[in-house]
Design a binder for this molecule. Structure first.
Ligand SMILES: C[S@@+](CC[C@H](N)C(=O)[O-])C[C@H]1O[C@@H](n2cnc3c(N)ncnc32)[C@H](O)[C@@H]1O
Length: 136
């Protein structure tokens, strides 16, 4: 499959999902299964995300990259716990806009980039750690 075709399919699959913020029933399921309303679009729970701070050895000086961050999960949560900087990346514009809305209270610690993990616009050694949750 060409990278152009896979990018088009990715956009088609996820754009509509991120265009809406979900239903009250969806938010109830998210709270019960994931542990909080974090805008998740996958299966990574709050308890699992909490472990990333130690597993990635994050400190307030760290720069974290979240690939395929959707609405900002888990990068926003992990960066808030570690008090570090995070760059959230995803391909659909609706995902990046949703992540931007969710990061409104932490703009000094959060950057966003609409980018594919296959063609990242960052210089080598820009990050201390990378996370990705349910990103195919
Ligand atoms: C199942 S969702 C998970 C989103 C988020 N990490 C979460 O857990 O809620 C998978 C995400 O990976 C993104 N994705 C897939 N391929 C990608 C690629 N090559 N580069 C960047 N993001 C990609 C999709 O757009 C989608 O937002």
């Amino acid at each position: 499959m060409s990278s152009r075709r896979s990018r088009d399919e990715l956009l088609k699959r996820f754009s509509s999902r991120y265009a809406e913020e979900g239903t009250s029933a969806g938010r109830l399921v998210e709270r019960c299964v994931i542990g909080a309303n974090v805008g998740v679009n996958g299966y990574t729970t709050v308890a699992q995300a909490d472990r990333l701070v130690e597993a990635l050895d994050l400190s307030p000086e760290s720069r974290l990259l979240d690939l395929g961050s959707g609405r900002g999960w888990p990068g926003l949560h992990v960066a808030a716990l570690a008090e570090c900087h995070v760059v959230l990346t995803d391909v659909p514009e609706a995902a990046v806009r949703s992540a931007q809305r969710r990061s409104a209270g932490a703009t000094d610690r959060v950057s966003l980039a609409r980018a594919s993990a296959t063609h990242l616009p960052f210089a080598a050694r820009s990050f201390d750690a990378i996370c990705h949750a349910d990103t195919l």
